[in-house]
Design a protein around this ligand. Sequence first.
Ligand code: F6R
Ligand code: MG
Ligand code: MG
Length: 379
Amino acid sequence: DKITLSIIKADVGSIAGHHMPHPDQLAAATKILAEAKQKDIIIDFYVTHVGDDIQLIMTHRKGVDHPDIHGLAWEAFKSATKVAKELKLYAAGQDLLSEAFSGNVRGMGPGVAELEMEEREAEPVITFHADKTEPGAFNMPIYRIFADPFNTAGLVIDPKMHDGFIFEVYDVFEGRSVLMKTPEESYDVLALIGTPGRYIVRRVYRKSDNLLAAVVSVERLNLTAGRYVGKDDPVAIVRAQHGLPAVGEVLEPFSFPHLVAGWMRGSHHGPLMPVPMRYAKVTRFDGPPRIIALGWNISKGRLIGPVDLFDDVAFDETRRLAEMIAEYMRRHGPFMPHRLGPEEMEYTTLPSVLEKLKDRFVKTEEVKVVKKHSDLLSH
Ligand code: F6R
Ligand code: MG
Ligand code: MG
């Protein structure tokens, strides 16, 4: 029988700005999931956070998009919101965009990554959880893991992986996906996913047997709510080993702190910094964007773990480089490319600034004939 690993995450309020949730919120969510485990609705669970996002990691036999599981997550977030409201935490209930749950949390605010699997003899899985960035932040690392032989030696030397992988690329504006083969269509894949604000790698399958190897959350709160209500801090699930990329190959791309969209006010580019769980909080300029990697084995649906995979000296230099990049980017202040382009910003004053200036804009030819500079400022 099949096991489903579901990660459902939401920001329902945090201490001292968008820093991290209060322990009582995690306890409230834990209590709801513990009761569900008792009632055999789920097999196992783990509750954690990265930055201001609460992460519910659950295993069960109900498949993806199941109302019992999504309803359970909704209940847990409601309960954590109640705590947030009682403690007057910041942005209490932020990601619960609707008052009433309607069977599925997709489109209601929380982010979702779910992977249904036939448990292998041993089932090593890594879950990634990021804050202050967007799902497209996974495009580069996922590509490297499953399609770049300079990252993943197994693509070249493991017969089970040598055929390559199939990428499902999701267009967030059109709400539709395309399946593409690597290595044959690598350049076409890159042509799309190099625009991470629009085209997101959503799922990856092993070509030789269609085994589902990776899933990324693709919720975009800005489009979901019809207005921009926050960057949709993403999660991903990646299965590893035995004919799939090794754990070390899955972690390898994160040794490069690539620039992602998010950070302060969801409107800036900054480096994605891999951190241990104890640093899964945001400080400098509400960041920099951070990611944790949790290692698990799944045993008859039980979650064995986690191990805190970025809690290691092997990523110290990456973090140092990320800090240097953060410093370099910050020096640009309100200028692009640190600040995002106008179409990608979480919010902007540009329309009101333009409105205020509309009578003062004059054709450049007219500017030339203005005698005194003060004429231009006379409004
Ligand atoms: C970004 C984020 C924060 C806030 C910032 C302003 O995703 O959560 O950087 O955008 O702290 O927050 P408000 O507007 O709530 O004061
Ligand atoms: Mg937030
Ligand atoms: Mg967040």
